[in-house]
Design a protein around this ligand. Structure first.
Ligand SMILES: NC(=O)c1ccc[n+]([C@@H]2O[C@H](COP(=O)([O-])OP(=O)(O)OC[C@H]3O[C@@H](n4cnc5c(N)ncnc54)[C@H](OP(=O)(O)O)[C@@H]3O)[C@@H](O)[C@H]2O)c1
Length: 365
């Protein structure tokens, strides 16, 4: 029987785009009737049901609902795109896959979307440069207590191992470009920056010229597609404690990107001048970007010294590079003007996190 896949966070930016990508590759991947999507609200379920696929409307923190839905629909592959901070959705999904494996005996696979911030010095990563082929699990476990994303990664791998579910962790970095999903089409960092600059009537920068990694959403969905193709072909891939996949396409300098943003905003008549200014403080930046001040450095002024090796095992080659990224800055502005606010409760989760970890500069990205 053909395997059935569930994409969670399917109303989100990444999950929605993966769903759209998989639906446009039904000839080489899953047949449409074998694709299911999980969303949280009724309105999201209505929007995504129009695609003619199976939609589960559920809170993934509810273990019994998750287990019941996955078993009822005989799901054996899950692509998890909801949260990389709260471990409950991932652990419940793995529990369900474990029960499905016990019931039917076949292989089950869990692909989790984590965040490269797990390896930012500003988020307590003590080891500096890291390759995804290093002993990342052991190093994350050593430093898990100081950062919830690392704690969640470790918990997922250990839980999957105990339930004999094959796990893969994908670590996107800053993702940009218009999402292809039916609900939230906007990412986090660049749209928030465009909105703040329009409202402040100036583009602010941090004083350092931080170089960070990035990936276009279409390259990221191709990354998941390649991974899933290999899973379906039962090719041997690093998994479990070795199953770390850094999804890095190219780097860019924040100062250069923000200069480009200022030029584009000025040419659209949204700024009087393309001259940029330095943020007076993280508090001012946080108020303007609508994020807790303690997270602005992690989100907009941090990068990991991360080297992606496992991507080569997927045969994945990104189509976007630094030049194309800088040239696309005006499209980022267009998307914000067209879609307005991000349609997701992500900012609420960050605000809750800020209350739970008042002294920590950590973020899901
Ligand atoms: N975008 C980036 O640049 C980026 C980069 C690296 C890593 N990531 C990580 O990738 C993941 C997805 O990011 P995204 O940008 O696609 O976020 P998003 O647009 O906010 O999508 C997440 C989706 O998951 C849903 N969700 C959250 N908790 C849930 C739960 N308990 N039960 C059911 N649904 C739940 C949200 O529902 P609501 O619509 O109700 O909020 C939302 O639709 C996050 O963990 C993020 O930190 C993102």
């Amino acid at each position: 029987m053909s395997p059935k896949v569930l994409i969670t966070g399917a109303a989100g930016y990444i999950g929605g785009s993966i769903l759209a990508d998989f639906l446009s590759h039904c000839d080489t991947l899953f047949k449409k009737e074998n694709i299911s999507a999980a969303v949280r609200s009724e309105k999201q379920a209505e929007a995504i049901s129009k695609l003619g696929i199976n939609v589960f409307q559920l809170d993934l923190s509810d273990e019994s609902a998750v287990v019941e839905s996955l078993l009822r629909h005989d799901i054996s592959i899950v692509i998890q795109c909801t949260t990389c901070i709260n471990p409950a959705p991932a652990l419940n999904l793995i529990t369900a896959l474990g029960k499905r494996r016990e019931a039917n005996g076949g292989e089950t696979y869990f692909v989790h979307t984590s965040g490269l911030s797990a390896f930012f010095a500003s988020c307590g990563w003590p080891h500096g440069e890291i390759k995804d082929t290093d002993s990342v699990f052991d190093l994350e476990k050593e430093a898990a207590d100081s950062f919830p994303v690392r704690q969640t990664d470790v918990a997922i791998i250990e839980h999957a191992q105990s339930r004999e579910v094959t796990s893969f962790l994908v670590f996107p970095t800053l993702v940009y470009g218009r999402g292809k999903g039916e609900w939230n089409k906007l990412s986090v960092q660049l749209p928030a920056y465009v909105r703040a600059s329009i409202s402040d009537k100036v583009v602010h920068k941090f004083a350092d010229n931080t170089r960070v990694s990035a990936i276009h959403i279409s390259d990221l969905t191709a990354f998941y597609r390649q991974l899933v193709k290999k899973i379906l072909r039962k090719e041997t891939l690093p998994s479990g404690k070795e199953g770390y996949y850094f999804a890095l396409a190219h780097d860019f300098n924040w100062l250069e990107a923000l200069d480009q943003m200022a030029v584009s905003l000025k040419s659209r008549g949204l700024l009087d001048s393309s001259k940029t200014q330095i943020w007076p403080s993280d508090e001012v930046a946080g108020a303007s970007l609508k994020f807790p001040a303690q997270y602005v450095q992690a989100l907009w002024n941090s990068g990991a010294k991360a080297i992606a090796e496992n991507k080569h095992k997927l045969g994945w080659v990104p189509a976007w590079d630094e030049k194309k990224f800088l040239e696309s800055m005006d499209e980022e502005i267009q998307d914000v003007l067209e879609f307005g606010e991000r349609k997701s409760s992500f900012n609420d989760s960050v605000a809750n996190l800020a209350q739970s970890y008042p002294n920590q500069s950590s973020i899901e990205s």
